[in-house]
Design a protein around this ligand. Structure first.
Ligand code: SAH
Length: 442
């Protein structure tokens, strides 16, 4: 596979993206059956074995948190795992059209809610900054619409390495970045289109104010607790050292009930569940902010509506990877339970979705955008890449059905707030939210 260099920046041109591997993070794999010789002792494995020996088996959530975001050795902290040289590929890295349509979504919501004089674009887990870069390009192209609006960009990122890549992708070289490792705003700069941009480690530190929030393939990396139904009731899955093979980890069941059981629904019918308290905390924070100051949140991820069981899996070098092998060298992820996100938002804001990626992108006009780019491009390799990218994003057997879109909006947005009084329609207002129904400029 070769990575093609980005070419051209004009409004209608096609931007070349990484060659598309055949695997994305929606695939599944069960763990625990790798032969011992495939189990190198990584610094993270050594750290975990030491930890388990000192304080006992750890929950899957603690394991995920340590492996992914431990400040010294975490998988996300010091590497670029996206793209051809990395471990997995995501929609914005596959096709520029993805980010462009999301940019249109934010502008459409901004217009539908009264064209505020300022807004913050906040992305959680921005990866290489590709998605926000594509969104900002749309904002520039629609500069005449947004001309009186004060926009700022706020990125929530724990990875030192990725934040550096984001800065390279997004900021103007001539304006030096301000850095302050000890501060909640650890980096500040100006984007190529002259917009102020800041980096934070936690959503909590992003200033409150009218904001559009975006989380693409972010919730799936948050730590999950796993539970198995047993004749004695729910028992949490822990990770322990294998007594047969030193330096090898294995799953075990807790002998008695554990506190995270409180997150399981009383009427749960599945026999295995994954719960993600951190996702609940973030959705509550987003909901409170949107209820207080307006705006919207768009969440896109693979997931289910409270129906799936064991979805915990690993990715390394574009291959599925045993989650307990060589920790720290592979990505760990679990499907997002959208029914839980909806419950956590309930009462504070309205939610829409989850709807399938192919429906959302179709409603946002992906076919029209593809045609424009194809018509403008004479380069056969770029045309082929555009078509392959479209197929990867839209094909129900690829990302089209595995990925979902979910939105949080102020209640007034769906009830017809003061900016929607002239919409004399019998349809519910949800039908006016782009992506969840066909895009219609208002
Ligand atoms: N949204 C990007 C990247 C997805 S990978 C894309 O779709 O291409 C997950 C991203 O979340 C990475 O940027 C990772 O560093 C970041 N991340 C992981 N855990 C995080 C946490 N707890 N807080 C903030 N960012 C986190």
């Amino acid at each position: 596979m070769t990575v093609l260099v980005r070419s051209g920046v004009g409004p209608l041109c096609a931007l070349a993206r990484a060659a598309i591997p055949s695997i994305w993070r929606g695939n599944y794999f069960s763990s625990g059956n790798e032969p011992a010789e495939n189990n190198p002792v990584t610094p993270m494995l050594r750290h975990l074995i030491y930890k388990i020996k000192s304080t006992g088996p750890i929950t899957v959530a603690e394991y995920m948190k340590e492996v992914l975001t431990n400040p010294a050795k975490g998988y996300y902290v010091y590497r670029d795992m996206l793209g051809e040289q990395g471990d997995f590929i995501t929609s914005p890295e596959i096709s520029q059209i993805f980010g462009e349509l999301l940019g249109i979504w934010f502008i459409s919501e901004w217009m539908a809610t009264g064209k505020s004089t300022a807004f913050q674009l906040v992305e959680l887990g921005p990866g290489r900054g590709t998605l926000v870069g594509d969104i900002l390009r749309v904002f520039t192209q629609l500069g005449s619409v947004l001309k009186n609006c004060d926009i700022s960009v706020h990125l929530v990122e724990v990875s030192q390495k990725l934040s550096e890549i984001q800065a390279l992708t997004l900021t103007e070289e001539k304006v030096p970045l301000e850095r302050n490792v000890g501060s909640p705003v650890y980096m500040k700069g100006v984007t190529k289109s002259g917009i102020p941009i800041s980096w934070y480690r936690r959503l909590h530190d992003v200033p409150k104010g009218y904001s559009f929030y975006l989380a693409h393939e972010f919730f799936d990396v948050l730590p999950v607790h796993k539970f198995q139904k047993t004749p004695q009731g729910w028992r949490e899955v822990f990770i322990d050292i294998d007594p047969q093979i030193s330096d090898k980890l294995r799953f075990v069941l807790a002998p008695s009930a554990t506190p995270a059981e409180a997150f399981i629904q009383h009427d749960e019918t599945r026999d295995h569940v994954e719960v993600c308290p951190d996702a609940g905390v973030i959705i509550e924070e987003l909901s409170q902010r949107i209820a207080l100051t307006g705006g919207a949140a768009l969440v896109a991820d693979y997931g289910h509506d409270g129906t799936k069981t064991d979805t915990f899996r690993g990715f390394c070098g574009h291959k599925l990877h045993d989650v307990l092998i060589a920790p720290g060298t592979a990505d760990l992820t679990a499907d997002v339970d959208f029914s839980y996100l909806r419950r956590m938002a309930q009462g504070k804001v309205a939610s829409l979705g989850p709807i399938k990626q192919h429906t959302f992108l179709k409603n946002m006009g992906i076919d029209v955008r593809l045609k424009v780019l194809l018509d403008k491009s004479n380069e056969p390799s770029v045309r082929q890449q555009l078509l392959q990218g479209y197929d990867m994003l839209m094909n129900p057997k690829k990302m089209g059905e595995r990925f979902n879109f979910f939105a949080l909006l102020p209640h007034e947005r769906l009830q017809g707030g003061r900016h929607q009084r002239n919409a004399r329609q019998s349809k519910p207002f949800a039908s006016l939210v782009a992506g969840f129904s066909e895009l219609a400029w208002q």
